[in-house]
Design a protein around this ligand. Structure first.
Ligand code: HEC
Ligand code: HEC
Length: 470
């Protein structure tokens, strides 16, 4: 329902957008329609507010920590596929800081051929979905889950099938490969985890096929599932193309939402909502880490052409030539604040992860009466820690989870059930005091207020040999 209203509006509005601005007739401005109203979310107490901000903390910590680690030079040599991905974007990346280029983004994520769709594959998809996804996306794929109340942005509703990360025109369904990539890489800056660390390739295809069963649109022969947006040939990046990109930024009304300086201070920002009825902020172009399909010129150009279905971010495919999308993308990139450092090797945007080998510490963690046991864990900085988690109740029928704020990108367990423990291994490379919590978002006053614990990563004493040399 919502989906149709949205698609329709976008279709209708698409052709007009170049003239759109705050002064355009209300009829033509999607954000002035009642559907784009701002919804106030009131959290009853501070604990719940904390739960809601977990995700924000998650990502800001993730990026900060990552930045530090990578600057420190402890990044392992990139794997071949990562290197290939970089090569593809090299020509157009000349004036971007090197730190922003070293990652695999949505369109470059490698995928082998899709397995045949068999009843077994679908059954496997369902099994994985119930265990890993239903807690957020809902048993029926309608985003009505217990966790949804605590998540921002809201999980995708697979019944309405408005997907954001696509290679297809605005309001079209994504390709199977698009879904595979979105599931594999997750969505940076949101609670949607990158599953390629946790679920094998064949299983991720099974998930793609299973989530398609939630919407009749995927089986509808009238749906165009073939057209893929052509990105054309990237024009040269020089002063002329940047100036043209700048002019297009205003002409296409990007500034109305994203702001003149790309800092989300456009006049329409307060009114924007997405198809879940939740307020949505446009992307802040000064923060490369928050781009949902990864930060790369190609992804920005693709987003400009495809749009994000179910959000006020319209697509310009068919309205502007692809070359123009690249020029605007070049201009968008001028807003990026060059971070002094880059993301952690283990963080969302990286394919390469350290091979950890045998653990230095093994910890058995349980949930008893909705508390973690033990609720305090001490390890030393640099240790490889293996935690095996088994609950004593099957929390909400989907199992309990385990995450450590600030280590969320490396530690994420979901759907651990009685008799089916799950294990996670990570290097405790940041010293400090960290909170662990249920990754299925049940560590709240409303559900399980005691379901929190503390991990201490202690600094190892500095070597005392230095003074002997004096
Ligand atoms: C912790 C909660 C959580 C879990 C667990 C989770 N998701 Fe998500 N997922 C989200 C949220 C939130 C979004 C929406 C992000 C946004 O709108 O930017 C999302 C978005 C998506 C999308 C949409 C991508 C697009 O292009 O719009 C897909 C597909 C998806 N999830 C699949 C899965 C699958 C498959 C699983 C299980 C293997 C899973 N998710 C588990 C929270 C979760
Ligand atoms: C009606 C308001 C609106 C207009 C006009 C608009 N955007 Fe957006 N844009 C958004 C919103 C809202 C989002 C965030 C969507 C999300 O987070 O899921 C967004 C997201 C984006 C992203 C983020 C992609 C990613 O991977 O996260 C890019 C890039 C972008 N817009 C570029 C542009 C450009 C360039 C223009 C002009 C050609 C433009 N937008 C016009 C509202 C708008």
């Amino acid at each position: 329902m919502n989906l149709r209203r949205f698609s329709f509006r976008f279709q209708r509005v698409k052709g007009f957008l170049p003239q759109l601005g705050p002064s355009a007739p209300a009829r033509l401005r999607p954000w002035s329609q009642p559907i784009f109203r701002l919804r106030q979310i009131n959290f009853p107490n501070s604990r719940l507010r904390e739960a809601a901000s977990v995700n924000k903390i998650f990502f800001s910590n993730l990026f900060l920590a990552g930045l530090a680690a990578a600057l420190a030079g402890c990044n392992p040599a990139p794997r071949d596929d990562a290197a290939k991905g970089r090569q593809a974007g090299q020509d157009h990346a000349a004036i971007r800081p090197a730190a922003l280029q070293s990652k695999i983004t949505f369109s470059e994520f490698p995928a082998g051929p899709k397995p045949d769709v068999t009843p077994e594959l679908l059954a496997r998809g369902k099994e994985l979905y119930v265990q890993n996804c239903a807690a957020c996306h809902g048993a029926k794929g309608d985003a009505k889950s217990d966790a949804a109340a605590f998540l921002l942005p809201k999980p995708r509703n697979f019944q309405t099938a408005n997907f954001r990360l696509r290679s297809t025109p605005t309001s079209n369904l994504p390709t199977d490969l698009d879904l595979f990539r979105a599931i594999s890489l997750g969505m940076p800056g949101t609670p949607m985890p990158p599953w390629h660390y946790l679920v094998g390739e064949a299983d991720r295809w099974a998930l793609v096929e299973f989530i398609k069963t939630f919407s009749p649109r995927f089986a509808d022969a009238n749906e165009d599932r073939r057209t893929v947006v052509s990105l054309g040939n990237p024009p040269p990046r020089n002063e002329k193309s940047l100036a043209e990109g700048k002019a297009l930024y205003t002409k296409l009304s990007c500034n109305a939402c994203h702001g003149e300086e790309g800092r989300v201070d456009g006049p329409n920002v307060a009114q924007l909502v997405d198809d879940s009825g939740t307020h949505i902020n446009p992307r802040d172009f000064s923060k490369p880490s928050a781009f949902k399909s990864g930060y790369a010129t190609k992804e920005i150009a693709r987003t400009i052409l495809t749009g994000f279905n179910g959000t006020p971010m319209v697509g310009f495919y068919g309205t502007i030539p692809p070359e123009d999308a690249w020029k605007v993308a070049y201009y968008v990139e001028t807003f990026a604040k060059a971070s002094p450092t880059v993301l952690a090797r283990s963080s969302q945007n990286f394919l390469e992860r350290e091979e950890l080998g045998a653990p230095d510490v093994k910890i058995q963690l349980r949930e008893r009466a909705w508390q973690y046991d033990p609720s305090v864990i001490h390890v030393r900085k640099g240790q490889v820690v293996e935690i095996t988690f088994e609950p004593t109740d099957n929390g909400l029928g989907v199992g309990h989870g385990f995450s450590i704020s600030s280590y969320d990108e490396a530690v994420f367990l979901n759907g651990a059930m009685v008799g089916a423990p799950k294990t996670v291994k990570f290097r405790a490379d940041r010293a400090g005091k960290f909170t662990y919590y249920c990754a299925t978002q049940c560590s709240t006053d409303k559900l399980h207020p005691l379901m929190n614990g503390t991990l201490y990563v202690d600094e190892v004493d500095a070597p005392k040999t230095a003074s002997l040399n004096r």
